[in-house]
Design a protein around this ligand. Structure first.
Ligand code: HEM
Ligand code: HEM
Length: 300
């Protein structure tokens, strides 16, 4: 028998994904709402055409607009902290499902009449907002787990400290290298960037990394030095080789820590970047929607 104590149950509720929140309560609500709207659309008169100008069309258009305004309100709600039934998780769960439903409701409102006009632009912007939202929801449900696998028990700050912890011994060991190699190592310490701009973090987190360059150079030199047999001044060569090995080892450690910190920064950027489309699209949609409503009343 598996015993589930209250702490475990409470903890699993805390870790429950926003998609599953409340036993898919908002998925069910969104499906019900869409089915009711489909019923209204199917039951409305088709003469001359079913469109936004019919009674059912007005109802569906107004309902879609109320939902869009509420969806856009998440930007403000996100920044206020409350818990319980109306927690941010409940809001986000309702947001994603009703966000998809609003597209279906708007399509029914339009009666599937499209053309090169502001009305169609409104629904295109709505479609793009929904699409960017779906991408965001996928990112939110996949990335946090990968992030915690990557970072283990460390925070972002501790990862950077772990990179810096190698600097002092590396500097010390590099003093005994040739001037050119020591310069390469000091450039690895001084010039390596961990956090770049959002797109840099996603597309090329390791590009032109001075630590990777120094490590590659040290490895190339060890290969070129070859085996020890047959070397005349063996003692001197041994100690030089030991220094190189230590520097290489420290650079490897620094590189591994950097990789981990960069992966962390990359995941964080992936969690942010889609909002660069979702938020401006929301504003574009609200503007087009105002234009749509004003224009249909003006033409009426
Ligand atoms: C998210 C909200 C909305 C979207 C995406 C939307 C989109 C559309 C689209 C694509 C059409 C078809 C245009 C055509 O026939 O070429 C349409 C028609 C129409 N919409 Fe909306 N609409 C929305 C909200 C509203 C609201 C709130 C109203 C009025 C209060 C409204 C009133 C109308 C009217 C009267 C028509 C018919 C226009 C005509 O036949 O020329 N819409 N809408
Ligand atoms: C008309 C449709 C939609 C509008 C107007 C809208 C608007 C917004 C706004 C204004 C935010 C807050 C952004 C911020 O300030 O950080 C937001 C966040 C979000 N939206 Fe949408 N959205 C829509 C549809 C969707 C859909 C269909 C999905 C997913 C299927 C979605 C997923 C999300 C997610 C995951 C967030 C982030 C929540 C958080 O950071 O806690 N959205 N949306």
């Amino acid at each position: 028998m598996v015993r589930v104590d209250h702490t475990t149950r409470r903890r699993s509720a805390v870790h429950e994904s926003f998609l599953k929140h409340g036993g898919f309560r908002y998925l069910k609500l969104a499906l019900l709402l869409t089915a009711v709207c489909l019923g209204i659309y199917a039951g409305s008169s088709a003469s001359p055409v079913r469109n936004g100008g019919s009674a059912a069309g007005y109802f569906l258009g107004i309902l879609a607009t109320v939902l869009v305004v509420w969806l856009a309100f998440l930007g403000i709600r996100k920044r206020a902290i409350t818990g319980g039934r109306w927690s941010l998780k409940a809001w986000t769960s309702a947001h994603v499902y009703l966000g998809v439903a609003v597209l279906a409701i708007s399509l029914l409102h339009s009666g599937f009449q499209f053309g090169l006009n502001l009305h169609t632009l409104t629904i295109v912007l709505l479609g793009l907002t929904v699409l960017s939202g779906v991408i965001g929801a996928v990112a939110y449900s996949v990335i946090p787990r990968r992030m915690s696998d990557n970072r283990g028990q460390l925070s972002g700050e501790q990862m950077i400290e772990a990179v810096q912890a190698v600097d002092a011994p590396l500097r010390q060991a590099a003093r005994r290298l040739s001037e050119a190699d020591a310069l390469l190592v000091s450039s690895a310490i001084e010039d390596t960037e961990i956090v770049r701009g959002v797109f840099g973090r996603i597309l090329a987190p390791d590009r032109n990394c001075p630590t990777a360059r120094a490590l590659a150079m040290m490895r190339r030199q060890s290969v070129r030095a070859g085996p020890l047999d047959g070397i005349e001044d063996k003692d001197e060569d041994d100690s030089e080789r030991a220094v190189r090995e230590r520097v290489t080892l420290l650079l490897e450690r620094r590189s591994a820590m950097l990789g981990r910190a960069r992966r962390h920064a990359r995941y964080r950027a992936l969690l942010e970047v889609w909002l660069y489309a979702h938020t401006p699209l929301t504003f574009g949609l609200l503007g087009a929607l105002v234009g749509h409503v004003v224009s249909v009343f003006y033409m009426w």
